[in-house]
Design a protein around this ligand. Structure first.
Ligand SMILES: *Cc1c(COP(=O)(O)O)cnc(C)c1O
Length: 444
């Protein structure tokens, strides 16, 4: 039986899939489908594991920033605030959403490889903790804006330590080809550091790096930390700069399908421990003061907390080739298969005890042949009207959704102790045309 049974998911006595104590078949009946469902307890458990690991192993000298691009909505900022986290934002829209939810600006870090002038102004006006600088242009723009406002802004510089990590492996890149960050290897990171240090309205606090996402290899985090500390030591030797803050980004992997490691929330402490161990060891090796440590997990906090529920529609069997099970969602609410060929696990929520009898492709309803939620997925025998649950859809699904084909972006509910409530209400057709303008000459 190919079900991912853990604290968030289980099969109840009716043989229905449950998430966070709520019956998925009942959720589908009450809220309709497609529907994003999030388990609040799982989200909070993940946030606590990271926060407590920093408290225990690094004397609390650090902060967990929720990488809000994974799933940004006001309720998520509310949970992060209650759990004592900070957040990172990468756009004016994410910043606006966080602020509207009452998230304190002094715990917001502003990212982005090409922040717009307007976004920099919004960040300064809000009073964010730190801007993570990713280009000389941005440093100069920020300096001018701060000078005009008579204020000094704390900044980090995004560096590229030359470690690039993917799901199950990592590579060290000598000449990094990335749109993000200043390369340590070619001297860019040292050059931008002296430039920023020369700007009177920017206070350089330290460095940021983020080596990738969906990473299961502890060694990749360890190597990245070692390389960052070697760079920080070199810079201290060459210009006396003392690094106060080190932000090691996110990237911890999650379980999507058979080939992935299944890690319970408590297990993520090991990943962070390995990273913290490397930071401490590097500081000891080079005689550096231990910097304030930040991490930015996004996916690992929210991905496994989420499932998407669909209703099965048309079923098309092409003998000897493939069976398509069409659902009422698709690339407009989960574009990850189309973007990356991502793999997922699906289960019929109303027949959760039935063994996966066949392999099917789950098709969306968009006008694209490539519009699949997944190909060749093990599934019990599906019939029209069944409720299909796709697991591990909490991250990078809603946040990447669109209105392609003028489909409505599904609503989201948050489940707590078996009770569900909307955190994102359903869109309406009126929402789709709200910003459309029909010039009078085209209306006749
Ligand atoms: C995407 C991103 C993260 C979060 O990565 P996850 O894999 O979701 O944990 C953190 N920091 C930065 C700068 C990012 O771009």
């Amino acid at each position: 039986m190919n079900i991912h049974t853990r604290e968030t998911l289980k099969i109840n006595e009716k043989g229905h899939l449950e998430i966070g104590g709520a019956d998925c078949v009942e959720l589908a009946a009450r809220f309709s489908t497609p529907l994003y469902v999030f388990d609040e307890a799982y989200i909070r458990a993940m946030m606590r594991v990271y926060r407590e690991t920093i408290a225990r192993e690094y004397g609390g000298n650090g902060c967990v920033l929720y990488a809000s691009k994974a799933f940004s909505c006001m309720a998520m900022y509310g949970i992060a605030r209650q759990e004592g986290l900070g957040v990172d934002v990468v756009s004016g829209g994410e910043l606006y959403t966080a602020r509207k939810a009452g998230f304190p600006a002094e715990k917001i870090y502003m990212h982005g490889n090409n922040k717009l002038q307007a976004e920099l102004e919004e960040a300064l006006d809000a009073g964010v903790a730190c801007v993570v600088v990713d280009s000389a242009l941005e440093a100069d723009r920020l300096e001018a804006l701060c000078a005009a406002r008579g204020k000094v802004q704390r900044v980090l510089i995004r560096i590229n330590p030359g470690v690039e990590a993917h799901t199950h492996h990592f590579v060290q890149t000598a000449t990094p080809d990335s749109k993000f960050g200043f390369s340590v290897a070619n001297g860019d990171a040292a050059r931008i550091s002296s430039h920023v240090l020369s700007l009177p309205h920017l206070e350089l606090r330290g460095f940021h790096c983020h080596i990738g996402s969906q990473i299961f290899e502890k060694d990749s985090f360890v190597l990245a930390a070692e390389k960052c500390l070697a760079f920080i030591a070199d810079l201290k030797a060459s210009c006396g700069f003392v690094c106060e803050e080190l932000n090691m980004g996110g990237g911890f992997g999650v379980w999507y399908a058979e080939e992935d490691r299944m890690i319970p929330p408590a297990g993520y402490a090991e990943y962070l421990s390995a990273l913290i161990g490397a930071v401490k060891a590097g500081c000891a090796k080079y005689g550096l003061k231990q910097p304030y440590l930040l991490i930015e997990p996004g996916r690992s906090i929210v991905a496994e907390a989420g499932v998407t529920l669909y209703t099965v529609g048309a079923i098309r069997e092409i003998p000897g080739l493939r069976k398509y099970v069409a659902v009422d969602g698709g690339m407009f609410e989960n574009p990850r298969y189309c973007l990356y060929g991502s793999r997922y696990t699906a289960i019929l929520a109303n027949k959760a005890n039935e063994p996966a009898a066949e392999r099917v492709s789950i098709a969306g309803k968009c006008c694209e042949s490539g519009d699949l939620i997944g190909a060749d997925m093990p599934l019990a025998h599906a019939e029209t009207g069944d409720i299909l649950a796709v697991l591990t859809t909490g991250a990078y699904n809603y946040s990447m959704a669109s209105n392609y084909n003028r489909n409505l972006i599904p609503p989201a509910v948050l489940v707590r102790e078996g009770e569900a409530e909307y955190i994102i209400r359903p869109q309406t057709y009126e929402d789709l045309t709200r910003n459309d303008i029909l010039p009078a000459r085209l209306a006749k």
